[in-house]
Design a protein. Structure first.
Ligand SMILES: C/C(=C\C(=O)O)CCOP(=O)(O)O
Ligand SMILES: [Mn+2]
Length: 421
């Protein structure tokens, strides 16, 4: 499915908000996107089109995968990155080619008052080096007419490829993909084995993914806009301030620079922007880790479901539902969850009768099934998330796991009372 087909599907199903009056890319469009909290298509940002909140809810994701909302994780954990990828010679993306690059002509938005500049937030950075490829989303700050600062987080594959190229003093060829089939964009946020993002997307879509070759050799899927260029081996600039998933300003760091050498786009392209700290951002960051946690917990007990909760920025807090088999299972589940998602900070393990999408229910489990000295695990000095404002400067933090499951030997005293029909 193309990006445009997906937008048409949102339109015909009545889920798309359309803004036809002119809006500014500086604060105004992001503010409207935050307010609407629904897929929103801007028809006139300095004469350009842009969509935000494209995959801004679990309902949207479930619809895209063709499963119910509580079946997303099982669906994602069943998929193997072995779909078909086809190389083709042409693409509608080549309708317009611009060699005189001026990023200010695109509707790249400035979102929050202290932001370091306009940011590309939904750009899938595809890179290739030494026979390896990678596709992942990185935030990209505009630092010049044809330059972007890229937050390449260790140990993500883009970071590794740039490091390898830089060790040989070579540029890393990249292509930034904006507005591909949303399944491909989602797949690029997953933690699949190196170089397998497009195979994973094809398996998820149930149809081959077509790729075409850019002038710099990088192979990319059809999209609305492609920015071609390279990451310089040595150049670094201040990246930030930028508001990340926590809704607070992330640190300013020295990050690598991408020079854009060419822009390709469809006629009348539709730019995709992800609202920082908005639901789409949170889901793109968190949902790919849920199947990882699910599979890791499945190794130690019977796992039923996993959610990275919105209140925990879909990244720092997890609730894991298990069918407890033996006493102590929940403690193993806690350790498995932390191992699977190293940025996770707090995790609660609950039984099958707790609705993990309902925080009242989760709190009920904590209130009635936890004795803190026995059921709370505190683990100091563990690698945490660089996005946690409470993390230590060396990247470590203290983690907490809560076993909110029933004591098996006293199961009946925890039963929730039912009223007869
Ligand atoms: C920008 C981040 C991740 C990414 O690019 O995938 C968030 C920081 O990652 P941590 O590993 O939680 O520090
Ligand atoms: Mn990768």
């Amino acid at each position: 499915m193309s990006f445009r087909d997906f937008i048409d599907h949102l339109r015909t199903s009545g889920r798309l908000v359309e803004v036809t009056e002119p809006v500014s890319k500086v604060f105004e469009a992001p503010r409207l996107a935050k307010k609407s909290n629904a897929p929103i298509l801007f028809h006139d940002i300095d004469g350009q089109k842009a969509i935000m909140n494209l995959l801004g809810s679990r309902d949207e994701l479930a619809d895209m995968f063709g499963v119910p909302k509580d079946g997303i994780i099982q669906r994602l954990s069943d998929i193997r990155p072995d779909g078909e990828v086809k190389i083709v010679n042409t693409s509608p993306t080549m309708e317009v080619i611009e060699n005189d690059v001026d990023l200010s002509k695109l509707p790249l938005m400035t979102h929050f008052e202290k932001d370091g500049g306009p940011y590309i937030t939904a750009g899938v950075v595809v890179s290739e080096y030494g026979g390896m490829m990678n596709a992942s989303i990185h935030r990209l700050m505009v630092v010049g007419k044809n330059k972007l600062a890229a937050r390449l987080v260790p140990p993500r594959h883009s970071f590794v490829l740039h490091k390898k190229a830089a060790e040989n003093n070579e540029p890393l060829p990249v292509a930034i993909v904006l507005g591909a089939d949303p399944v491909i964009t989602f797949a690029s946020t997953t933690r699949v084995p190196a170089g397998k993002e497009f195979e994973y997307a094809a398996a998820l879509r149930g149809a081959p993914v077509e790729l075409f070759e850019c002038e710099n050799g990088v192979k990319v899927p059809h999209a609305e806009i492609i920015l071609e260029g390279y990451v310089d081996p040595t150049e670094r600039v201040d990246e930030g301030p930028f508001v990340d998933i926590t809704g607070t300003y992330d640190l300013v760091r020295k990050e690598p620079v991408i020079t854009i050498t060419k822009i390709m786009h469809r006629k009348d392209p539709i730019y995709h922007g992800i609202l920082p700290a908005g639901a789409e951002h949170l889901l793109m960051m968190g949902v790919p880790y849920e199947p990882k946690i699910y599979n890791a917990v499945a190794e130690v007990t019977t796992v039923k479901n996993v959610v990275l909760t919105e209140g925990g920025c879909c990244y720092l807090h997890a609730v894991v539902q298990i069918e407890k088999q033996t006493e102590g299972d929940a403690k193993n589940a806690i350790m498995a969850a932390f191992a699977a998602h190293t940025s996770l900070k707090h995790v609660v393990i609950v039984d099958e009768d707790i609705d993990i999408f309902n925080m009242m229910d989760v709190e009920f489990a904590i209130a009635t099934r936890v004795k803190a000295d026995l059921d709370v695990m505190i683990i100091p000095n563990v690698r945490g998330s660089s996005l946690d404002p409470r993390g230590s400067p060396d990247g470590t933090t203290t983690k907490m796991g809560i076993d909110a499951t029933k004591v098996l030997a006293e199961k009946e005293i925890f039963e929730r009372a039912k009223m007869p029909e």
